[in-house]
Design a protein around this ligand. Structure first.
Ligand SMILES: *[C@@H]1O[C@H](CO)[C@@H](O)[C@H](O)[C@H]1NC(C)=O
Length: 317
């Protein structure tokens, strides 16, 4: 496959500070709401995830991506689950990235996820299972704090969507390899997009590359922090809050000198769940900016679009 290298769009350096949320402090909920409204993005500290689990995940993922290509290919091609290299999604998008995508609930019901699990050692499998549980816990906790701060009813309206066993969440590990040539240029690792789910929780190693887009279109680099997590608001949460929360556009540029490894948990609702603005937040139906769709309808539409397409249009009235 010929991969045409795409021009790297300019990033205006901006002095925006990424909001930092202490997850162990219940009063952080107002800060979470503010961050979700203004940026659709924040950093989480005091999260309670064991550092040795993070180290194990990083070591094992590094070993996997260092395997011979023919071995990694046994866990692919991504359909979208499984191992993939360069291709992003099913519509011809490419980036300088290798990845593994797993179905986070019932992952063994997908053949490709099973193929990945067959390719990796038991110690990695167990770490992945434990990590996904931790991420489910962290996403529900963030959503619970949002529920409390906004007075969302009925109880657990949002957090339940990611807690139930039917929730359609997935887990992705991305590996952006450093360049061997000394003359190498920065390239697009993962092109700009928003995440379709409710929220996504990212952890990366100490290599920069992630950028988020502000409401005025300015791109801002996010300084890496391997001991913290980063939370993104996704399209579904934007719809449910009737646009009060912003699903944040983001992208990753490759770092020429150092490889980057990131892990993202996409907390999604069950397939049959009807997604629409929440009545408790928007009393009058005529104020709804979005119509109702099931998560499954939105997701299948997403598979037919390119990475950078504006998908929320499908929800707009
Ligand atoms: C990040 O992870 C990659 C893959 O494991 C590794 O090659 C690289 O050295 C790491 N970078 C840093 C700065 O830790």
């Amino acid at each position: 496959m010929v991969v045409v290298s795409q021009p790297v769009p300019k990033c205006k350096r901006s002095s925006v500070l990424i909001p930092v949320v202490d997850l162990a402090d219940p009063t952080s909920k107002t800060q979470i709401v503010k961050a979700c409204e203004e940026l659709g993005f924040f950093k989480v500290v005091n999260h309670g995830v064991r550092p040795d689990l993070l180290t194990k995940m990083e070591e094992e993922a590094t070993k996997f991506f260092a395997l011979f290509q023919s071995l990694k290919d046994k866990a692919g091609p991504a359909d979208p689950f499984g191992y993939g290299s360069k291709r992003i999604g099913l519509k011809g998008d490419v980036g300088c990235v290798e990845h593994i995508l797993l179905n986070a609930n019932n992952h063994l019901s997908s053949t490709k996820s099973t193929a990945v699990f067959r390719q990796i050692p038991a110690i990695f499998r167990e770490a992945v299972e434990e990590y996904m549980e931790e991420m489910k816990g962290m996403s529900s906790k963030v959503l619970e704090m949002v529920e409390e701060a906004l007075g969302i009813e009925p109880k657990e309206k949002l957090s339940r969507l990611v807690k139930v066993k039917e929730s359609d969440s997935c887990f992705r590990m991305n590996y952006y390899k450093e360049k061997e040539e000394t003359q190498a240029k920065e390239e697009i690792g993962f092109g700009e997009h928003t995440d379709p789910q409710l929220i996504s929780v990212l952890r990366s190693n100490d290599t920069e590359g992630l950028q988020i887009c502000l409401k005025d279109g300015t791109w801002v680099p996010v300084p890496p922090d391997h001991s913290s997590f980063f939370v993104f608001v996704g399209d579904t949460l934007q719809v449910m809050t009737n646009g009060r929360f912003k699903s944040v556009k983001h992208r990753v540029l490759t770092n020429i000198k150092r490889s980057r490894l990131s892990m993202i948990y996409f907390a999604g609702p069950p397939l049959a769940e009807k997604i629409a603005p929440l009545a408790c937040l928007v009393p009058k139906q005529e104020d709804y900016l979005y119509k109702e769709l099931t998560w499954s309808q939105y997701k299948s539409y997403g598979y037919k679009t390119k990475l950078g397409d504006y998908r929320l249009g499908l929800f707009e009235k």
